[in-house]
Ligand binder design. Sequence first.
Ligand code: SF4
Length: 493
Amino acid sequence: MNLSKSRFIKGMQCQKLLWLLTHKKEALSEPDMQQTERFSVGEDVGILACELFPKGARIHFCDGISYNAKRTKELLDSGTNVIYEATFIYEGIVVMVDILQNTPQGLIINEVKSSTSLKEVYIYDLSVQHYVITHCGYSIKEANLIHLNTDYKRGKSLDLTRLFVSVPCLESVQEFTPKIPTILSDFSEILETKNEPNIDIGLHCDNPYSCEAKSYCWEAQRNITEEDSVFNLAWLNGDKKLGLYRQGIARFSDIKDIDSLNYKQQLQIECFKNKSVHIQKDKIKEFLGSLSYPIYHLDFETFQPAVPRFVGTCAYEQIPFQFSLHIQHKDGKLEHKEFLAKSGIDPRVELIQTLLDSIPPNAFILAYNASFEKGVITRLAASFPQYEKELLHIASQIEDLMYPFAARHYYHYKQNGSHSIKVVLPALVPQMESAYQELSLVHNGGEAMECFATLESKPKKEQEEYRQALLAYCKLDTLAMVEIIKALEKLVG
Ligand code: SF4
C-alpha cells in the first residue's frame, strides 16, 4: 500500500475520503484562497521552528522519496544531529519528520503545527511517524508537538524559545501506535474494493478538517445545500441537524412537529413555503426612532498573523488595518472617510489617530454586528493606554444595525436563515443584489484578511490593484448600511 502521512490522517477522518483520493480524485474540490493561505502559513511556521534547532541538514521533497529515504539513512549513519524533513519508508508508508534530532539515546521526533494547542489528530500524525521509524530499525526517545504559544507577546525581536511550546507526546503516541496495523489493514481493504464505500455524512466531515469531498457528498450526492434543507435551519447546532437528517427529515416539508422548533425557525420555514417577507413595522419604527443623525456607519477589517509581527502582539492577535466610515445626514447628504494602512508596519497607532480625528465625541455610531467593532476598539484601548479613554468612549457609543434582522423584525425568505449583511442587503435592497459579486479581487472579510496579510509579497503593480480592491470592499460594507437604513425607512413609510 502506498500511503503518505497526510493520507493516513485523511483516512482516520473518513475512509470514504481515502477511497475518493485514490479512485475518484475528480470528486474532490481544489483548496480555496484561504485554505491555500493556511497551508502557506503552516509552511512558514515550520521553517521558522527549524531555527530552534539550527544547522540541521535539509532533505528536499523534490529530490524524490526513495532518494530522500536513502539520504536520511546516510545522514543518520554519519551522526548528523538535526535533519529537517527526514524521510522514512516502511511497507509503502512514507513519513517525513519536520525536525528530527539524532541523539546517542535515540531519535527525537518534532512535529511542528501552526495551531495554538495540542489536538488528537496530531497524536495520529506523530504515531504513524513513530510506527514507520521504529519499523525501520530506530529507537525513539521522544515525540514532541511544537505549536505556537499565544501567551507570548513579542518584543522588538522575536524570541523563538517563547513563541513556540514543545509538548511531550511520547506516552500518548505509544498508546496509539499498536492500533496502527489494524487501521492499515482496514485502509488496505477499503482501497482494494472497486465500490465507493457507503459512509454517511456526519460531524466527521468537518472534524478535524473541513473535508475536500463535501461538495460531492453533501451537494452532488444528497442535495443538502438546497434552500429548504434542514441544514439551513438557523439556530440549530450541527448535531441536531444531523439528528433530523438521520430520522429521514431532510427538507422543511419533512418536519411534522413544527412546534418543536423555535419561533425564528418556524418563521424561516413559513417564509420559505410562502416565498414571503416578514415585517414588524412597529418594531422597525422603534429601532429607527432610536437612531440619531448624523449616523456614523463604521466597519473594520482585521488580519491575524500567525507569527506576531508587531511589538506587544501575540500569535493570531486580531490587528485592524482598515476602516470605512460613511456619515449619513438627516437631509440625505453622505460623506465618506476611510483608512487603509501601509503594509509592513504596525498600523494600529495611525488607525487610532485617524479614527479619533474622524469621529467626534458623542457621535451616534452604527456597526453591523457591533460586537466585532466594539471588540476591536476595546483591544486597541488595552494595547494603547494613551488612547484608552477616547477609544472606550467610542466603543460605548456603537449601536448594532444587525439587531432588527437578528431579532427577525424583518425577514425575507431569500435570507435563507441568515442575517449577515451579505444576504440582508440583496434581499432588502434589490438594486444592490449583485454589489458584492461585482467587486473585483476582494469580496468578503476572509479575502480582505488574506489580501492584506500577503500584500507585501505581491509585485508593486498588483499591490496597488489589491489596495484599491480593499478600499472598495470596505466602503461597500458601510454603504450597504446606509442603504439598509434608507430601505427600512421606506418600509415603515
Ligand atoms: S464529506 Fe464526509 S462523508 Fe464525504 S468523504 Fe468527506 S468526511 Fe467522508
